[in-house]
Design a protein around this ligand. Structure first.
Ligand code: AMP
Ligand code: GLY
Length: 423
């Protein structure tokens, strides 16, 4: 089989590594992929958002199955366009991808169907938003409606910060049209959990839970990033909580999307906060998380391609989706300075022994060498029987990967270990 994966980061590298385990897979194309995954996939220089070029490539190369991994092409309708040409694919169509593409849509969906989330108001005019803020309590959370490269959420500690956020999003339009509307919502507290779930609109199969580490510096200090590391499973997410989430969040979300005529097929990502009042949805994503995928898929014992095809063909209930009992850790090695200014172009070297455990996000091929080309350069992973062992192995492997100006957090999994000790 010829497989095509749209996207080019560490998540896509992890998906490609899992798909390649299926013996029927002859070759995998990554559009555009990156220079660091060239050993595992044929990288094709087509942007993940160039839907016409993606479809043309798939038709020309007789692709048997496509996976659309990032949010932008999903929201732009890549799955609709590929399906129209008879190419089976994994991922939601445009109508369903709106669950991530518009926060106003997802908040209104949750309100309409009684799915637990933070209380909120929607504003389309800056003056109305500013007026509301005068009498609000702080901290408060301000979210741009549309996609904003993961930067559209601002936690404002006081009125001045909140007003500044409204100006930046709605007037300066730093996120473009995504800031035409804002959601202003209640600030919640509690441990965060990421749960990715396979769903074909009839069956919902949550994968092993995980925990992202979004801040740039140790002890959750510094700026928000695309994710500096992950662990799985998340020790805060007990079986009891999983049951509550299935009944009050996962299944109701599937039913709500069906009722809206927007059946979701693919991987639905639930960003949850375990508040003192119970689990609440912080965000939905219409795709696999990054870097959650880098710890979740290595724990998947069933064949990923088989599960994905079952989702596409709406027979998810017929296949087994089994996860190992072990734990996984992923430590992201970034370019020093990320998420702000950083230098790139440094050669990346690693021992052959660690290579299969490294998922590359920001690298390019230059004169036959793999060099850094992004802020988050790669994720170093490990699977072991226990979480402490997985963390230890992941950090030992970090020591076998080298590039100038490398930076990584030294406390990935720290909070999770503390939670395990409290148990
Ligand atoms: P997002 O960009 O949607 O992933 O949100 C970034 C982060 O903002 C989340 O991971 C949470 O830590 C935080 N956040 C979002 N909504 C809320 C909320 N209502 N209360 C507290 N924190 C929030
Ligand atoms: N790790 C968060 C995300 O993928 O959006």
């Amino acid at each position: 089989m010829k497989i095509m994966v749209v996207g080019g980061g560490g998540r896509e590298h992890a998906i490609i590594s899992s798909i390649r385990k299926n013996p029927a897979v002859e070759c995998v194309y990554a559009l555009p992929g990156n220079g660091g995954m060239a050993a595992d996939a044929t990288c094709v220089p087509i942007a993940a958002t160039d839907i016409d070029a993606i479809v043309a490539f798939a038709v020309e190369n007789k692709i048997d199955y496509a996976v659309v991994a990032p949010d932008d092409p999903l929201v732009l309708g890549a799955v609709d366009a590929l399906t129209e040409k008879g190419i089976p694919c994994f991922g939601p169509n445009k109508a369903a991808a709106i669950i991530e593409g518009s926060k106003v849509f997802s908040k209104n969906l949750m309100k309409k169907y009684g799915i637990p989330t933070a209380a909120y108001e929607v504003f389309g005019k800056p003056a109305d938003a500013l007026k509301y803020l005068d009498n609000a309590s702080y901290p408060i959370v301000i979210k741009a409606d549309g996609l904003a490269l993961g930067k559209g959420v601002i936690i404002a500690n006081d009125l001045a910060e909140a007003r500044a956020a409204i100006h930046i999003i709605m007037e300066d339009k730093v996120f473009g049209k995504s800031g035409n509307q804002v959601v202003i919502e209640e600030f919640l507290t509690g441990p965060e959990v990421s749960v990715l779930a396979f769903t074909d609109g009839k069956t919902m199969v949550p994968m092993v839970s995980s925990m992202d580490h979004k801040r740039a510096l140790d002890h959750d200090k510094g700026l928000n990033t695309g994710g500096m590391g992950t662990i799985a499973p998340n020790p805060y997410y007990t079986e009891e909580i999983a049951k509550v989430c299935m009944e009050t969040i996962f299944l109701p979300t599937m039913a709500a999307m069906n009722a809206e005529g927007r059946t979701f097929k693919g991987c639905l990502y639930f960003g949850l906060m375990l508040t003192p009042k119970g689990p609440r949805v912080i965000e939905y994503n219409c795709r696999f998380g990054d870097p959650e995928t880098q710890v979740v898929l290595p724990l998947l014992e069933s064949d990923l391609l088989t599960v994905m095809q079952a989702v596409t063909e709406e027979r998810l209930a017929e296949v087994e989706v089994k996860f190992s009992q072990g734990s996984a850790c992923c430590v992201v090695m970034a370019s020093k300075g990320y998420p702000e200014k950083y230098e790139k172009g440094f050669e990346i070297t690693m021992s052959e022994a660690v290579r299969p455990h490294v998922f590359v996000a920001g690298a390019a091929l230059k004169d036959g060498k793999v060099v850094t080309s992004g802020g988050r350069v790669l994720g170093v992973t490990a699977v072991e029987e226990t979480l402490p062992a997985a963390i230890k192995t992941a950090y030992a492997r970090v020591g076998e990967v080298h590039f100038d100006n490398a930076y990584w957090r030294s406390d990935i999994g720290g909070r999770a270990l503390a939670a395990l000790e409290e148990k």
